[in-house]
Ligand binder design. Structure first.
Ligand code: SF4
Length: 688
């Protein structure tokens, strides 16, 4: 037998939304080495330690290589015929008589093609309304605010290369140095050109240290801060709207209620520091506001982001190169993953499942009657909360692809019990996770460089992901598994793709005429250069600047909304728990926790004064207690955090952050749980 020849394959990193390009070098069919490439249009040759170490997991000893079926309480290896027979027997009666009792849960790291196919599988094969994905836990609030304002949701409306044109960058709850490291080069370039960078964060993060200018509002009050800035812009005569829009006067009147003294008091910041930031914003030619998950992951996240969009729009900066407003998508394909049909209310191309015209377009593309398309179902957290509920709206079966909700969902303790109550939990994944441990059937899928596809990065840039090696053992590529499942439940129509390329072409075509139009793309075009969507014509340009008027709304105008923000919790001595990502870990840690090259402490960061008040020392363990659960972690003393705030990593480890968060309360617009602020009490604990 001939050994496989050595190859070099250029592809994209599987982790964050920067989507750095690098070359994978293979020997004997296995990736042995990674080298960054200066040709990368995003990171220009810089990659972080996570990306460099990503190939280390490809043949991890834990890798899932055969289907596992639960028998007598144990997951035991079986062949594909047996696994698919289980799917047939478990799901066929449900999809024929009660499809609404089946749910589908996807992930924001899936390629665009898998995102598309998962949505099609849910709506055309299963005919269930209940599909959503873990992107609900990411950019959903910014996405909702952008959509309702501009009819469009592209995280960054311009290429990162334009960012140094900004003379003031305000990072709101965005710890770029740890979460999107290559973006720091653009911030530094802006500074080198004389610009300033502000970090708004309750902690002195690594990003804040580089920025040099830092404001630390109380967690949950970022929206009030934006209203205070708008109030001052109005007072100083700096209002010059970007374009005619609906809602301008209501928003401006509302800002009258937020004078600096009130804002400083509510946000817990010195009034003079608020004025300094406002003056810098007022004097900047091209200020840019960038939000991260800090202001977004709240039950008032949409209105908080809206307040920052309003500020950028009313001061005339939206749509400028390197200026205005943007949100920094975090998850690997967070942008494409939230556009192509795995959201509960959405069809491919960011179409709306509620829009009769959009429904008709997709029904025609899928060759099904329009009435067969379900209406919007449960959003992500509601879907998980409904698992195992025997009543109306409950689910008997759940199919999970590329997600680990046992760790990443709010109220993880409650969600674990809900998943245990399901009759059937079918999980497609490549490594065991806390969710596969509860499954009735585990199907071994593909990892990033074992499959072809496209992904869309934080600036709306569509790039090719290329296959460098094949799946191990009896694992299958995820897209093939989804087609297998459709056949197993007796709905093969539309799920017989002879090649991956035929699926990809179907996906591109499905977006034709939509807001997120990818129909001008092809693998060949993307081999020549990446492209920023929309790309409606094969022989036409892409769209580097996304937010230029007129907007894709019914009348071409933007609509500003008055932010409805809760009164801040100002109780004396109240402690609030907040969360944030670490540089060495990714999402629920299924890959990165297994990688010895990556580290990170799952510890509670506490201000020394707070620790002293609670009788805690560095390294000691503390039990954090909220209304939703408790968790015990070691203490790290952190002088750079607000004394009324505790910080822990979000969901990189099980048994920690999401045991403490609320699974029930959701943002009314984005359906986002409140990950970023939870009232907490402390109790010293024995060493872990
Ligand atoms: Fe680049 Fe993000 Fe991958 Fe790091 S994790 S190499 S920053 S894409």
């Amino acid at each position: 037998m001939n050994a496989a020849p050595s190859r070099t394959v250029r592809t994209t990193c599987p982790y964050c939304a920067v989507q750095c390009n690098f070359d994978l070098h293979t020997e004997q069919g296995l990736v042995t080495r990674t080298t960054p490439t200066r040709d990368c249009p995003v990171a220009h040759g810089t990659v972080c330690k996570k990306g460099l170490s990503a190939p280390g997991d490809l043949r991890h000893p834990d890798r899932l290589t055969t289907p596992l079926l639960r028998r007598d309480g144990q997951l035991v290896p079986v062949g594909w015929p047996e696994a698919l027979a289980y799917v047939r027997d478990a799901l066929t009666p449900l999809v024929q008589s009660a499809p609404q009792r089946v749910g589908v849960f996807g992930g924001g790291s899936l390629t665009n093609e898998k995102t598309y196919l998962l949505g099609k599988f849910a709506r055309v094969a299963l005919r269930t309304p209940h599909i959503d994905h873990n992107g609900r836990y990411g950019v959903a609030s910014a996405s909702a605010a952008l959509n309702r304002t501009f009819g469009l949701d592209r995280g960054l409306g311009f290429p990162l290369d334009d960012l140094p044109r900004s003379d003031l960058i305000v990072l709101v709850g965005a710890n770029v140095a740890e979460t999107l490291p290559p973006v720091m080069q653009y911030l530094k370039a802006a500074r080198n050109r004389g610009g300033a960078v502000y970090a708004i964060d309750p902690r002195v993060t690594p990003t804040a240290k580089v920025a040099g200018r830092h404001l630390a509002p109380r967690p949950g009050t970022d929206g009030v801060l934006a209203l205070g800035l708008l109030h001052l812009m109005k007072q100083w005569g700096r209002i010059r709207p970007t374009a005619p829009a609906h809602g301008l006067s209501d928003v401006l009147w509302h800002a009258d209620d937020y004078p600096p003294a009130r804002v400083a008091h509510d946000c817990g910041v010195p009034e003079e520091e608020l004025i300094v930031l406002a003056r810098a914003y007022a004097d900047a030619r091209t200020p840019l506001i960038l939000t991260g998950r800090g202001p977004e992951q709240h039950t008032h996240g949409t209105d908080t982001v809206q307040a920052w969009i309003n500020l950028a729009f009313l001061t005339g900066h939206v749509g400028k190169q390197g200026g205005g407003f943007g949100t920094l998508t975090g998850q690997g394909n967070g942008q494409g993953g939230r556009q192509h049909g795995q959201k509960n209310d959405q069809l491919p191309g960011a179409r709306s499942l509620r829009d009769p015209r959009h429904r008709a377009q997709m029904a025609a593309h899928w060759n099904i009657p329009e009435h067969q398309l379900p209406q919007p179902g449960h959003s992500a957290q509601e879907l998980l909360n409904a698992c195992g509920d025997p009543g109306e709206g409950g689910l008997d079966a759940l199919i999970v692809l590329g997600s680990n909700p046992v760790v990443s969902a709010a109220g993880a303790g409650q969600i674990t019990e809900r998943l245990k109550a399901l009759k059937h939990l079918i999980v497609i994944d490549f490594l065991p996770s806390e969710t596969t441990q509860l499954a009735t059937l585990v199907l071994p899928g593909s990892m990033w460089c074992e499959e072809e596809g496209t992904t869309t990065n934080l600036e709306g840039r569509v790039q090719r992901r290329r296959r460098a090696m094949t799946v191990p053992g009896a694992a299958r590529e995820d897209w093939r598994i989804l087609c297998d499942l459709a056949h197993a439940v007796g709905r093969p129509h539309g799920f017989t793709y002879p090649t991956f390329r035929s699926l990809q072409d179907d996906f591109f075509l499905a977006t034709r005429g939509a807001r997120a139009d990818y129909s001008g793309l092809s693998a060949e075009r993307l081999d020549r250069a990446s492209a920023q969507w929309p790309v409606p014509r094969a022989d036409g340009p892409d769209t580097p600047l996304a937010y230029a008027p007129t907007y894709p709304t019914p009348d071409g105008l933007a609509t500003l909304h008055v932010p409805r923000l809760p009164a801040p919790d100002l109780a004396p001595r109240a402690l609030r728990l907040t969360t944030g990502r670490l540089s060495g870990q990714y999402q629920s840690g299924t890959q990165t926790r297994r990688n010895p090259a990556l580290k990170g402490a799952n510890a509670a960061q506490i201000h020394p004064d707070t620790a002293h008040a609670h009788g805690l020392r560095a390294g000691q363990s503390v039990t954090l207690i909220t209304a939703h659960g408790q968790a015990t972690l070691p203490v790290t003393l952190t002088p750079g955090i607000r004394p009324d705030t505790l910080f822990i990593p979000p969901f990189h480890w099980p048994g920690a952050a999401n045991l403490l968060t609320d699974p029930a309360a959701l943002d009314p617009h984005s359906r986002m749980p409140g990950f970023k602020v939870t009232p907490v009490t402390l109790r010293p604990a024995p060493a872990i």
